[in-house]
Design a protein around this ligand. Structure first.
Ligand code: DC
Length: 229
């Protein structure tokens, strides 16, 4: 009898600055699967809320906003470009004010339900890596591979600080650290779609690991269970 093999879904969850997106991008390239940056989708809706001066306290307005945001990813050799309604927002969605407000947007149950449904549609055929907060718990609880990347607040703040500095953005280290701690709290305490370590996920503390080491660990775990080449 023929063996029916569905391409796997790989879920990577973890707090801000744990290295998820860098690692997910590299693992996706190595395994030749698609990468879906779900954080970029929350950021895209946040950026549009700022641009359109949407009342972020109004659930009705937020849902309407999410529904009129058509989010697209374009894959290039070294980068993932993000578009909303045809306009490129790759850089803008990384601005500190977007990072800050994105926690409010991610609290909206209506926005979450809309984005979760889109993510499920994007990943339904398998052969995908998704990174976020609720991938293994809510978006794809049946994912074949689940990882939870973590690192100390100090280490994650160091990474973010370096990134922001390289982009010429002014924020003190203490401020960056405070923002990260505040986002952790929001991510973990949200009533719907909270960040949590599910029992079937492999947890990895990346504080003392290089990006390459984390990529190797994930890729070899995936390869040892299944040949997805
Ligand atoms: O991973 P990130 O920093 O790009 O995420 C941006 C925001 O979106 C952050 O506030 C957490 C939220 N988020 C979420 O709630 N669920 C996801 N699956 C991904 C991101």
């Amino acid at each position: 009898m023929d063996k029916v093999t569905k391409l796997p879904i790989i879920a990577i969850d973890g707090p801000a600055g744990s290295g998820k997106s860098t690692v997910a991008k590299l693992v996706a390239k190595r395994l030749n699967v698609h990468y879906i940056d779900t954080g970029a989708m929350y950021r895209a809706v946040t950026l549009m809320a700022i641009k359109e001066k949407v009342d972020t306290k109004s659930e009705t307005e937020l849902i309407a906003l999410a529904q009129r945001c058509s989010i697209e990813f374009k894959y290039e050799e070294k980068s993932l470009r993000v578009f909303v309604n045809g306009q490129e927002v790759t850089e803008e969605i990384r601005l500190p004010e977007v990072s800050k407000l994105s926690s409010d947007i991610a609290d909206s149950i209506g926005v979450r339900k809309h984005l979760v449904a889109l993510q499920q549609k994007m990943g339904e055929t398998g052969g995908v890596i998704l990174d976020g907060r609720d991938i293994g718990s809510l978006v794809f609880p049946e994912a074949e591979f689940k990882f939870y990347l973590d690192a100390s607040v100090e280490e994650r703040a160091k990474r973010r600080f370096k990134e922001l500095k390289a982009k010429g953005l002014e924020q003190s280290f203490e401020e960056v650290k405070k923002d990260i701690a505040a986002r952790d709290k929001r991510d973990k305490e949200r009533p719907y779609g909270a960040l949590k370590l599910v029992p079937d996920a492999t947890k990895l503390d990346t504080s003392d690991l290089s990006i390459d080491e984390v990529v190797n660990i994930l890729a070899s775990r995936i390869h040892s269970k299944e040949d997805i080449g």
